[in-house]
Design a binder for this molecule. Structure first.
Ligand code: ATP
Length: 272
């Protein structure tokens, strides 16, 4: 695997064609305000990468830019070796990329089955739908239920199911645990592991740092739009960088804002 260095590295990032995602020297922002600065990040096929950072660091901005919802000012984005830097979001989806946005991105007024049908490409077969229901049995039981009336955890399951239906090679996951109780977060992370075990690469932004470290093969930190790779998650606890970027060690429970409190902490506000 090629090494991609963080911002400030003296050598430019190597771009290989084999990565599920390669972000090279990417800068982006909102209007005149630059948020992401020369970001380099790589997700290998089937790899789970955690992107961690404090509130406002630019995590969602990086996911949105990668998914094609925000236009970069410079840099390159490759999905499965295909340069999608200037491609619209739907073309990136065809290249294998899928974003599960914060807030889940499901149609709350439609049923579970309608949500799945709407997100299915034309080539999806009945057997594919069955496969999704096999992976997420709770959704089979509730296929006729209006999505907005399900629990937060069930809605997140639906978001994951929608994401996997089109058989993506890369899923960008933004704060899946948002508003969920710890026991439900366990189930969602188990589902994420199942998705990853099927060979899908994941780029995971997560407020519960310890959970992210548990499923990650590799970790990147982001601070004020600058990204640094710290590699193996077991290094997170040992590196000063972690404390610098997160304001905490990997083993300490809370970030400065308290949001990334231990997994046993009270859940955040419900999304329902
Ligand atoms: P959080 O963990 O709080 O969601 P984040 O790391 O995902 O934070 P972003 O949401 O990417 O951070 O925000 C990065 C910066 O960009 C913040 O300063 C934020 O205020 C700013 N920002 C985000 N969205 C917009 C927007 N639509 N217009 C202008 N500025 C924005």
């Amino acid at each position: 695997m090629s090494e991609v260095r963080g911002a400030g590295a003296s050598t430019p990032a190597a771009v290989t064609t084999s990565a599920a995602l390669e972000v090279a020297d990417l800068s982006a922002g909102y209007g005149p305000v630059t948020i992401l600065r020369n970001v380099n990040l790589r997700v290998a096929p089937g790899e789970v990468v955690a992107l961690l950072g404090a509130n406002g660091a630019g995590k969602t901005t990086l996911l949105r830019t990668t998914a094609g919802l925000l236009r970069p000012s410079s840099g390159r984005i490759l999905v499965g070796g295909q340069d999608v830097t200037r491609a619209p979001a739907h073309q990136r989806a065809r290249a294998g990329l899928c974003l599960i946005p914060e807030g889940r991105g499901i149609f709350r007024n439609l049923t579970v089955a309608e949500n799945l049908r709407l997100s299915a490409p034309s080539w999806i077969t009945d057997a594919d739908f069955d496969g999704v229901y096999d992976r997420f049995p709770i959704l089979r039981d509730r296929r006729g239920q209006t999505a907005g009336t399900m629990s937060g955890g069930q809605q997140q399951m639906l978001a994951l199911a929608r994401a996997t239906l089109a058989k993506p090679s890369l899923v960008l996951v933004d704060e899946v645990s948002m508003g969920l109780a710890p026991v439900t977060i366990d189930i969602i992370f188990q589902a994420l592991k199942t998705v990853a075990a099927a060979g899908v690469a994941l780029l995971v932004v997560e407020q519960y740092v310890q959970r992210a470290l548990e499923i990650a093969d590799s970790v990147y930190l982001i601070k004020k739009g600058e990204v640094t790779s710290i590699g193996d998650p077991s290094h997170a606890a040992r590196t000063d960088l972690f404390a610098e970027y997160m304001g905490q060690s990997a083993e300490s429970p809370a970030s400065p804002d308290g949001r990334a409190a231990a997994d046993t902490a009270a859940p955040g506000p419900t999304s329902r």
